[in-house]
Design a protein around this ligand. Structure first.
Ligand SMILES: C[S@@+](CC[C@H](N)C(=O)[O-])C[C@H]1O[C@@H](n2cnc3c(N)ncnc32)[C@H](O)[C@@H]1O
Length: 460
């Protein structure tokens, strides 16, 4: 019997968005803040993107005519609450005249009670008690709020989690991607029958007993002919499809579209708009990049890359009159008056990184952090946690522990934190001693060349 025959379906084939939202609801519903054991984001520990957003909010708020009116910011899909904490702390520190911070209330919205519980306990929010609130609400159904009442909406990496269909074009025919979840019952230490029913019913209470099982799901794919006439904004979608090359799976982020619609009606007409950030294909050029990825799995969570070109067209159709799109690195760099990359991008430029054992890569990461910490000074105090992966030999395990203990408490806060060109160049001699070559990392500070990049959209 080969391994294929042992796989057991957990349900039937369904359009990709149906299974995607199904597993994501379970993933976030049972994980809480431990989601960040599976992935990090540019706001889950770092502060630089949050500070850039706070500076923009402050500048724009100061220009508003009604200076002393209460203002509401909403964040959708809040993770561990770090973005809210850093945003509010920075806003308070730059608002030296007390013009904006005292009138601002920050509403953290998420569909997961576990996530909201974790965010409320974030230490960075301790200084802002009474200034923030948490509300359990699905980003697709924000009907419980009054229209035209919110000044600013922010979201980071929620669009890729929301309902996304996948289309494939073949000349004049369109095909939609269908998914089926499968599992190898022999690879698990549980009775599979006790998992299938709660999995299908999304019974979070029962599924909490199996927090790690989602990552063992394998996804079978198939494509079926589809007519898109009853899909949202079908005419805009058809124009978009006409520009696509054949046989490249293209995400159609209908959940992200729903957030644009909701944001448009919640935002005050003279408000400061919706700022949405995520990763995906910046323009038609990247969409038509043959072989580019279009989905990702992190510890069981199912995410789709965001089709920013289509979102811009949809935003216009939803009534936004100003639609700006920028690379996130460029946006953060503008605020720091420098160019930036993330620490992990620097690491990946090391000529030996691809051939290193993963524990040696961990050691290189920790030594790189230590080197950058000579010049990097954060106002936040946080001791980065770094543990060895399973299978790390004793010698390397000991080194990882010693290097982790030595990490500065106000240094680079995360392995995906933004670092500036100036900081990198200040320690280039020490980086060279670790084997980094300047010609290999200096090009990273130019515009992204990969088909997938981190993007910020400002809609007003
Ligand atoms: C990838 S995490 C990003 C968290 C945080 N914004 C960050 O960047 O670190 C996605 C977040 O969106 C939330 N989320 C996913 N789908 C949602 C939905 N339909 N409605 C509200 N929140 C949702 C999850 O619970 C989680 O907090």
């Amino acid at each position: 019997m080969n391994s294929q025959t042992r796989l057991l379906p957990l349900g039937d084939f369904k359009p990709a968005d149906e299974w995607q939202t199904h597993v994501n609801e379970i993933f976030y519903g049972i994980q809480g803040p431990s989601i960040h054991n599976h992935f990090q984001t540019y706001v889950s520990q770092d502060h630089r993107l949050a500070h850039a957003l706070a500076e923009d909010y402050f500048k724009q708020s100061c220009k508003l005519a009604e200076k002393n009116q209460p203002r509401f910011i909403m964040e959708w899909g809040v993770g561990n609450g770090n973005l809210a904490g850093c945003f509010l702390s920075h806003l308070k520190s730059i608002d030296t005249q007390g013009q904006v911070y005292p009138n601002t209330s920050y509403i953290l919205c998420d569909f997961s009670m576990e996530i909201l519980k974790g965010a409320r306990n974030n230490l960075k929010l301790e200084d802002h008690i009474g200034k923030f609130f948490t509300i359990q609400v699905d980003a697709n159904h924000m009907d419980c709020f009054r229209e035209n009442t919110i000044h600013k909406i922010i979201s980071n990496e929620i669009w890729d989690d929301l309902s996304t269909k996948v289309l494939l074009k073949q000349d004049n025919c369109l095909y939609e991607e269908y998914l089926q979840p499968l599992i190898d019952p022999n690879a698990l230490e549980i009775n599979i029958d006790s998992f299938i029913k709660p999995f299908n019913e999304k019974n979070l209470h029962r599924l909490k007993a199996y927090p790690d099982i989602l990552q063992f799901i394998l996804w079978e794919r198939t494509y079926q002919r589809v007519d898109i006439n009853d899909w949202p904004h079908a005419a805009i979608l058809q124009n978009h499809i006409d520009l696509l090359d054949n046989e490249i799976p293209t995400p159609i982020n209908i959940g992200a579209l729903a957030t644009l619609k909701r944001a448009r009606s919640l935002l005050k007409l003279d408000g400061l708009g919706y700022t949405g950030m995520d990763y995906g294909m910046y323009s038609m050029r990247e969409l038509n990049f043959s072989g580019r990825p279009y989905f990702n799995l992190y510890g069981g969570q199912y995410t789709f890359m965001v089709n920013f070109e289509l979102l811009c067209d949809w935003a216009k159709a939803e009534g936004f009159s100003s639609i700006e799109k920028d690379y996130q690195h460029h946006y953060v760099g503008k605020h720091l008056k420098d160019k930036v990359i993330s620490l992990v991008e620097l690491l990946q430029s090391h000529h030996k990184v691809q051939t290193m054992d993963s524990w040696d890569r961990d050691i290189l990461m920790l030594k790189t952090l230590d080197t950058l910490n000579k010049v990097y000074k954060s106002n936040y105090h946080y001791k980065m946690k770094y543990s060895s992966i399973e299978g790390t030999p004793d010698n390397q395990r000991q080194q990882i522990k010693e290097l982790t203990d030595k990490l500065s408490t106000n240094g680079v806060p995360d392995t995906v934190a933004y670092i500036s060109e100036k900081e990198v160049m200040q320690v280039c001699v020490d980086l060279a001693k670790l084997g980094y070559r300047e010609q290999e990392y200096s090009s990273l500070f130019q515009a992204p060349t990969e088909p997938i990049s981190f993007v910020i959209m400002n809609l007003r």
